[in-house]
Design a protein around this ligand. Structure first.
Ligand SMILES: Cc1cc2nc3c(=O)[nH]c(=O)nc-3n(C[C@H](O)[C@H](O)[C@H](O)COP(=O)(O)OP(=O)(O)OC[C@H]3O[C@@H](n4cnc5c(N)ncnc54)[C@H](O)[C@@H]3O)c2cc1C
Length: 414
C-alpha cells in the first residue's frame, strides 16, 4: 500500500499549483481529477485568454474582496501577483499587462498556462490520475488518512481539497467539495451563482441586442441596497443584460433576488451624464443643426435601437424635431436618459455562473496554513472556500496563491 506525502483533489488552478508547490519540497504527490483532462475551467478563463491576475498591491487586492479579504493575507504574502508572474516565467510562460492592470500570458492563450503547469508537474514527478471522482475522505479520530474515489482508496496524512465551486458544472466543479468537507464536520455558507447575465422583466431590451454601451453606470434603486453601484461595459441580450459591469453586479444581486423576487435597478448609458449635462449636450447639438429629429439627436449619445426604445418609453415620437415635442415629454425623456429603470427578475443559475458566492466557512480554516480546524492534515484552497472576488483576475490570483500556500503548508510537518 503506497502512502503519498500529499494528495490533492481537483486539478484546477488551485489544485495544480498546490501539487507543484508540495512536490517542489521533494514530497510524493498524487493529484486526482474527476474529468478526463486537467484544467478544464482554466482553459475557458478570460474567453480562452486567461486573465491570470492583476497589478493591484496586496492591500488594494484584499479590500476589493470586502470584509473577508483579510483572510487572504498569508496566501498573498506567499504568492502575490509579482511572484505569480515570476513563477510562470520560471516555467516558460512570460506574462504582461497590456492595459496596465489585467495580466495575461503574452501569447493570450490559456492553453500555454495549462501546458506549462502540466510539464512542471511531470518534471517534479507528480502522479496525475484523471477520471477519478473523489467521494469522501478517510480519517481517524485525530487526522486525515486518505481519500476514496468511485474505484479506489489512496492514502496520505495530508490532503488538499481544491474542487472549486459550482459554476459552469460542465467544466468539472459541481459542489462535490462541500459535501466532502461537510463529511468531516465543516459547514458551507449559503451558496449563490455569481458573475452571469441577468434577466429583466422589460422586454424592450431584446430590440437592443448586441449593442455595447461603454462605461455604463448601474445601481440598485431600493432603499436598503442603495450602495450597490458599478461601472463598466454593458450589453443587452434577448432576455436582459450582460457584460463586464453586469458580471460584477450580479455577485451582489443574486443573494438579494433569493430573498425578494425582483430587484429594481437604474442604468445610465450616457457615461454618467446627469440630467443637466444631457440638457446642455442637446442644446449644443441643436445649435449645430436645429432641424435634426429627436432620434438623430439622441443618436449622438446612444446607439439608435436604444434611442428608439427610450423614445417609446417616454411617449415621444422620435421622428419629430426635439423642439416640437411637449416640455413634459422632453423632461420625461431626459430623466430616462439619465437613469433608465430595469427590473431584474432572474438569472441563468449555476450553468452560466463564472463564480460561486459562498463556500466552506472561513472561520473553520487557519488562514496561515489553510489547514482545516476540523480535521488535522486537511487543507482547503481555491473557490471551494467562502471567498469570491470581482471580475479581472481576482479569482485566479486567489486560486493560485491559496493553492501555493496549501501545497507548501502540507509539506511542513511530517
Ligand atoms: C468561463 C469562465 C471564465 C473565467 N475567467 C476568469 C478569468 O479570466 N480570470 C479569473 O481570475 N477568473 C476567471 N474565472 C473564475 C476562475 O476560473 C475560478 O475562480 C478558478 O478557476 C477557481 O479555481 P479552482 O482550482 O478553485 O477551481 P476549478 O478551476 O473549478 O477546479 C476544480 C477542479 O476540481 C475537479 N473536481 C471537482 N470535484 C471533484 C471530485 N469530487 N474529485 C476530483 N476532482 C474534482 C474539477 O473537475 C476541476 O477540475 C472564470 C470562470 C469561468 C467559468
Amino acid at each position: 500500500m503506497k502512502i503519498y506525502d500529499t494528495i490533492v483533489i481537483g486539478a484546477g488552478a488551485a489544485g495544480m499549483m498546490a501539487a507543484i508547490s508540495a512536490a517542489r519540497n521533494e514530497k510524493s504527490v498524487l493529484l486526482l481529477e474527476k474529468l478526463p483532462k486537467v484544467g478544464a475551467k482554466l482553459k475557458a478563463t478570460g474567453g480562452g485568454r486567461c486573465n491570470l491576475t492583476n497589478t493591484l498591491s496586496n492591500d488594494e487586492f484584499i479590500s476589493s474582496f470586502g470584509k473577508d479579504g483579510r483572510f487572504m493575507t498569508p496566501a498573498l504574502e506567499a504568492m502575490d501577483y509579482k511572484k505569480l508572474q515570476e513563477f510562470f516565467a520560471d516555467i516558460g510562460v512570460e506574462t504582461h499587462a497590456p492595459d496596465g492592470f489585467h495580466i495575461f500570458p503574452v501569447g493570450h492563450s490559456s492553453s500555454t498556462i495549462i501546458s506549462a503547469l502540466t510539464s512542471e508537474m511531470e518534471r517534479l514527478g507528480v502522479e496525475v490520475l484523471c477520471s477519478q471522482r473523489v467521494e469522501r475522505l478517510e480519517y481517524n479520530e485525530t487526522e486525515v488518512k486518505g481519500v476514496t474515489s468511485k474505484s479506489d482508496t489512496f492514502y496520505s496524512n495530508h490532503v488538499i481539497l481544491s474542487t472549486g465551486g459550482m459554476g459552469y458544472p460542465m467544466l468539472g466543479a459541481e459542489g462535490d467539495g462541500y459535501s466532502i468537507a461537510e463529511g468531516v464536520g465543516h459547514t458551507t455558507s449559503l451558496i449563490f451563482p455569481a458573475m452571469m447575465p441577468l434577466i429583466t422583466r422589460e422586454t424592450w431590451v431584446a430590440n437592443c441586442r448586441a449593442d455595447t454601451i461603454a462605461k455604463a453606470h448601474i445601481r440598485v434603486d431600493m432603499k436598503k441596497y442603495k450602495k450597490l453601484y458599478s461601472i463598466g461595459d454593458l450589453i443587452f441580450t434577448k432576455r436582459g443584460i450582460r457584460g463586464p459591469v453586469v458580471l460584477d453586479f450580479s455577485r451582489e444581486i443574486t443573494p438579494i433576488l433569493d430573498k425578494l423576487d425582483e430587484v429594481h435597478v437604474l442604468i445610465n448609458m450616457t457615461k454618467g451624464m446627469n440630467e443637466e449635462d444631457i440638457r446642455q449636450h442637446i442644446k449644443t447639438e441643436l445649435k449645430k443643426d436645429p432641424h435634426r429629429t429627436t432620434l438623430q439627436l439622441l443618436s449622438t449619445l446612444l446607439p439608435e435601437p436604444i434611442s428608439i426604445e427610450l423614445c417609446l418609453l417616454s411617449g415621444v415620437n422620435h421622428t419629430l424635431g426635439f423642439n416640437k415635442i411637449s416640455g413634459f415629454s422632453r423632461d420625461r425623456l431626459i430623466k430616462l436618459l439619465a437613469w433608465t429603470p430595469l427590473t431584474i427578475i432572474g438569472h441563468d443559475g449555476f450553468d452560466m455562473a463564472m463564480i460561486t458566492r459562498g463556500g466552506i466557512k472561513l472561520n473553520e480554516i487557519d488562514s496561515h496554513t489553510l489547514e482545516s480546524k476540523k480535521l488535522k492534515g486537511l487543507y482547503l484552497c481555491g473557490e471551494v472556500v467562502d471567498i469570491d472576488g470581482p471580475c479581472g483576475g481576482y479569482n485566479l490570483q486567489w486560486a493560485f496563491a491559496s493553492g501555493y500556500l496549501a501545497g507548501m503548508a502540507s509539506t511542513l510537518v511530517y
